[in-house]
Design a protein around this ligand. Structure first.
Ligand code: APR
Ligand code: PHB
Length: 391
């Protein structure tokens, strides 16, 4: 097989990249190791920044998002049983976010790719990227029981944290930056209308809790749990009881319960792989960086990377200049590190580590009081949450 851009991975990064390249008249092939059902139902993020919403609309992939997505103009911070709403448009000159699950974004992009785009091969496992520093890189992959080779002009590794693409970057050129956290998130889906019309981020001495949603009738909630927690260690009643404790307020706000239809534990890490490019191999999304989900940046960072690559390759096709391709890694990493900073700040602001000292407890509440009481601090959070502009 041969194509212009070989894309490894059909998560949001790979699928959106294929769509952007298709719209630019650039052919690609997407190799995805899992089956369609798995990719379309893998529970992940649910918040789209304004920039992501704009990109999906411009790519012709925003119709169902505009019908079914929920525009949110703020979030609530909850601490010491107090509630503080952060008003995004007022603080950012009109920006908001869209609640629309990553699963739905993937379904929309898969449908478009299968209907209009180039080959999207499910259950096609990339084994290795070879010749990344040559003029004709290739992807060795296994599909339908046979090994095959995809000859490309460029390869983009959109294969996530566990992918194979970045192994093609020589170790001596690679720098990895990471931080693990001593906690994770126990996440549930529940068939009950959300108990609040916007997301609620709660800081509590017992640990963090988040109220989110997937639709007017489906709630998505998270509990901070110790690292290594098994979701099956928690009964449904224990989960609701703990959520109730952590969302408690002085004004009697009530958390409605319902049938839990899914529960799983997500580990928490910050991680960046530099560089994001080696020869004709480019890395995008979770293949190059991971953020704690607190700031809802993961999907949106992946979008920024692939928009940057598609623009750079289009520029090269139109002008013959590789200037933007050569700047890809630095361009993406400026935005990645700002998202890493924001996600780290929100995570340390709201989560209580098991060994937290009374001083650290007071410091967290002081940071939250500052955000609730000072427009400058509140604006920094609102700007980070609604998204860092694409260069
Ligand atoms: N060959 C082919 N496909 C692969 C391989 C491989 N060797 N390894 C991994 N994949 C596929 C995975 O099955 C997955 O579908 O690559 C895809 C990577 O998708 P994501 O992990 O979703 O990463 P990305 O597209 O960068 O999106 C980032 O996803 O994990 C969330 O929180 C993250 O919201 C963020 C978003
Ligand atoms: C989600 O709805 O899954 C979600 C929302 C906000 C976050 C993280 C996850 O910060």
């Amino acid at each position: 097989m041969r194509t212009t851009v070989g894309i490894i991975g059909a998560g949001p990064a790979g699928l959106l990249l294929a769509r952007l390249l298709h719209n630019a008249g650039i052919e690609s092939v997407v190799l995805e190791s899992r089956d369609r059902e798995y990719v379309e139902h893998r529970q992940r993020a649910g918040i789209l920044e304004q920039g992501t919403v704009d990109v999906l609309r411009a790519a012709g992939a925003g119709a169902r998002m505009d019908r079914e997505g929920l525009r949110h103009d703020g979030i609530e911070l909850r601490f010491d049983r107090k509630r503080h709403r952060v008003d995004f448009p007022a603080l950012t000159g009109g920006r908001s976010v869209m609640v629309y699950a990553q699963t739905e974004v993937c379904k929309d992009l898969i449908a478009l790719q299968l209907a209009e785009g180039g080959p999207l091969l499910f259950e096609a496992e990339a084994l290795a990227v070879e010749g990344a520093d040559s003029g004709s890189p290739r992807v060795r992959f296994r599909y339908q029981g046979r090994e095959d080779v995809l000859e490309c002009d460029y390869v983009v590794g959109c294969d996530g944290f566990w992918g194979v693409a970045r192994a093609a970057v020589p170790a001596e050129l690679t720098r990895v930056f990471e931080r693990a956290y001593p906690f994770g998130w126990l996440g549930i889906l529940a068939d009950v209308p959300p108990s609040h019309d916007e997301l609620v981020y709660a800081r509590h001495d017992r640990g963090f809790a988040l109220l989110s949603m997937r639709s007017p009738s489906v709630s998505r909630l998270y509990l901070q749990v110790p690292e290594g927690t098994d979701a099956e260690d928690w009964s449904d009643e224990e989960i609701w009881d703990e959520l109730e404790r952590r969302f408690e307020t002085t004004d009697g706000w009530r958390l409605d319960r319902g049938t839990i239809t899914q529960k799983s534990v997500t580990p928490m890490r910050s991680w960046v792989h530099e560089p994001m490019r080696y020869g004709r191999l480019f890395l995008a999304g979770d293949a190059a960086h991971i953020v704690p989900p607190t700031g809802a940046k993961g999907l949106n960072l992946a979008v920024g990377d692939v928009v940057t690559f598609a623009r750079a390759l289009t520029y090269e096709k139109e002008t013959g200049s590789a200037e933007l391709l050569d700047a890809y890694s630095e361009t993406c990493l400026r935005r990645v590190w700002q998202a890493e900073r924001f996600s780290y700040d929100m995570t340390t602001l709201l989560h209580r580590t098991p060994d937290a000292t009374p001083f650290e407890d007071r410091l967290q509440v002081a940071r939250l009081d500052r955000i609730a009481g000072a427009r400058s601090a509140e604006t920094d959070l609102a700007e980070g949450y609604t998204g860092f502009p694409l260069e």
